[in-house]
Design a protein around this ligand. Structure first.
Ligand code: ADP
Ligand code: ZN
Length: 622
């Protein structure tokens, strides 16, 4: 057995691959090259070895077990906790002409019997099961009589007690090692931390497995983060300008925020649906279905929405509030662009969010140590928000990966923010906090600095303070940004018990005493930012001109009709990236159609003629 090793992929081209795996990749799935590490993982398992694969969302984990299941003799058994997804996964495989099936508690008695018969007859290449179903005596006996090609344990982080998705039954999967000696086993997950990795190796008895860790970079995702102020309006502008007709997810912190935002977007002509845990089951299902089954639906949701969403063509993920921490941010934004085509991660944040999150944390039952860690994580997130450097570099550094920066696909790289010497402004703001008793929020502080005469200022007699009116060189919006950035820099901290009050931290002292200079990011001037980011360097697949875009829309219509007929999600027929490729290259016969990425042998047979006809008709309309 090979010794454990770690491979860090750099995203280089696939290595020369063993013939049969590549043939399946090309003929069955219609792809022309492996993603980083896919070939290595597949080769290891085909040769009978065990493997642990750690890849980001969209990295292509499924092919890592699907291809060996097809190349090796017998049935590949895939263990997944996401019962709700199994049907779609199996439908998608069948579209490729793969003999796939699932066994779980949602099946009728007859359907189960049928599948079991097919399985015993050697007519199933890939079988999906939930862990609790697999571990029953009946199932283990059934599998003992079957030629098992491999066991793939998906979402393997569920085995770790430390994660938020811990599932006790996952620990029992260690039994597979004794019960099926000689059958290769693999564990796959997108959770990258060292603790989870160790747990997977130990708990699933995979200490001898080859460990593959892919880069967590998602180069097709463009990170866009900006400060609050008219968040909804700018969300609308962002969607209508950058993502018209695209599917997307908008995350809000509260249920009320979800409902109001969804209604607001609908009023402005978008197809938006709400999703949160408080909705009636039927309403939630309706939202879920229209998001997964139709094109161009925007789901507005709390973070309850996401786990178990397998839609590959989500073009944007927007946050109207701060997520909990960088881990959550990366997981949530990672739901965009799984298909590798360009996608956006857009966020607007404000100090209010920070205060709200802190209050939620303080009110929770968690222990002091946990709260301390969570507060530190929140500060890292604020650091990311206020950063002036490459966002991608910061994100990857946070996860322990190095990146040279200057990615060219984040807002700071596209339009570098200016920094300015804000030492004097910082001193004014910090002394204002001190003089007003360390219990007011940004709005009142800014009023005092601007020398206003509000009810609160009169009530607390803040006109008499030396700081009243010392900051008229800045606007209220600027003061709020300054105060937020000082909070992000750790000089101010929200009083978690108060109502948004801010206190000085020990670090503020050096600045107040003039021992430390402070540089802050300038408020982006809208027109300047626009000019700089105008030439949008979009990856090749996206660059459709207006005419091709029309063809793309025609192809989408055909896809939707076919999907409705078969009651499957549209992406199961073809991905957006495939339709985009078609619209750009306009294949005129079957051979040219086969060259389109995502068109394999079986799909050509099923759909080639119909899509060729649309392309041809479109060409005649020239
Ligand atoms: P993960 O489970 O790691 O999030 P998936 O297995 O769902 O990722 O794959 C993400 C997307 O990438 C899918 O749409 C899949 O069809 C596509 N994909 C996977 N491997 C390749 C490849 N070698 N070439 C092109 N597309 C691929
Ligand atoms: Zn960048």
């Amino acid at each position: 057995m090979p010794t454990p090793s770690k491979l860090q992929s750099t995203g280089a081209a696939s290595p020369p691959n063993s013939g049969r795996a590549f043939t399946v990749l090309r003929d069955t799935f219609g792809f022309s090259e492996f993603h980083p590490l896919q070939a290595e993982i597949i080769d290891t398992v085909i040769a009978g070895g065990n493997a642990i694969a750690i890849m980001p969302t969209g990295g292509g984990k499924s092919l890592c077990y699907q291809i060996p299941s097809l190349v090796r003799a017998g049935t590949g058994v895939v263990v997944s906790p996401l019962i709700a997804l199994m049907k779609d996964q199996v439908d998608a495989l069948r579209q490729y002409g793969v003999r796939a099936a699932y066994l779980n508690s949602s099946l009728s008695f007859e359907a189960r019997l049928r599948t079991e018969r097919e399985l015993a007859g050697g007519a199933v290449d890939i079988l999906y099961m939930a862990p609790e179903g697999l571990l029953t005596d009946a199932s283990l006996e059934l599998l003992a009589g079957v030629d098992v090609a491999l066991f793939a344990i998906d979402e393997a982080h569920c085995v770790s007690r430390w994660g938020h998705d811990f599932r006790p039954e996952y620990r029992q999967l260690s039994q597979l090692a004794e019960r099926f000696p000689g059958v290769p086993r693999m564990a796959l997950t997108a959770t990258a931390d060292a603790m989870t990795r160790r747990d997977i190796a130990a708990e699933l008895r995979l200490a001898d497995a080859e460990m593959y860790v892919a880069s967590f970079d998602r180069p097709n995702i463009r990170y866009l983060i900006s400060e609050a102020g008219g968040a909804r309006q700018s969300l609308l502008q962002f969607i209508t300008e950058k993502h018209p007709g695209d599917s997307g997810i908008v995350y809000c912190l509260t249920r009320r925020g979800v409902e109001e935002t969804a209604a607001w977007l609908c009023d402005r002509g978008l197809r938006a649906v709400p999703y949160h845990a408080g909705l009636a089951d039927a309403d939630r299902e309706r939202s879920h279905d229209s998001f997964t089954r139709e094109d161009g639906v925007v789901v507005v949701a709390t973070v309850a929405f996401g786990m178990g969403i397998d839609k590959p063509d989500v073009r944007f993920v927007a946050h109207l509030n701060l997520p909990k921490n960088i881990e959550s941010y990366y997981q949530e934004t990672g739901r965009a662009g799984r298909d590798g085509a360009p996608a956006s991660a857009w966020m607007r944040y404000g100090l209010k969010d920070v205060v709200m999150l802190l209050q939620m944390l303080e009110k929770s039952e968690a222990g002091e140590e946990y709260k301390r860690i969570e507060r530190a994580k929140m500060n890292s997130l604020l650091g990311l928000c206020e950063a002036t450097g490459c966002r991608r570099q910061m994100l990857l550094n946070y996860f322990g990966e190095t990146h040279p920066g200057a990615c060219g696909n984040c807002d700071n790289c596209l339009a570098p923010p200016e920094a300015w010497d804000a030492t004097v402004a910082a001193q004014k703001a910090l002394s204002c906090v001190y003089r007003t008793g360390q219990r007011f929020g940004a709005a009142h502080l800014s009023d005092v600095l601007l020398g206003k005469d509000t009810d609160n200022i009169r009530r607390f007699n803040h006109r008499s303070l030396s700081v009243h009116g010392i900051g008229t060189e800045h606007t209220a919006v600027e003061w709020r940004s300054i105060i937020r950035q000082l909070t992000a820099a750790g000089l101010l901290t929200p009083d978690p018990h108060g109502h948004g009050g801010l206190r000085l931290t020990p670090e503020a002292r050096a600045v107040l005493k003039g021992e430390q200079a402070i540089r802050l990011r300038k408020l982006p001037r809208r027109d300047a930012a626009k000019k700089k980011s105008a030439p949008r360097p979009s990856p090749p697949a996206a660059s459709l001109d207006d005419r091709d875009r029309l063809l793309f829309e025609e192809l989408r219509k055909l896809r939707l009709a076919l999907a409705r007929e078969q009651k499957v999600p549209p992406y199961v027929i073809f991905h957006d990236s495939t339709l985009r490729d078609m619209a750009g290259r306009k294949p005129s016969d079957e051979a040219e159609m086969l060259e389109i990425s995502g068109v394999g042998r079986d799909k050509l047979k099923r759909y080639g003629a119909a899509f060729l006809a649309v392309v041809e008709e479109f060409g005649r309309g020239l």
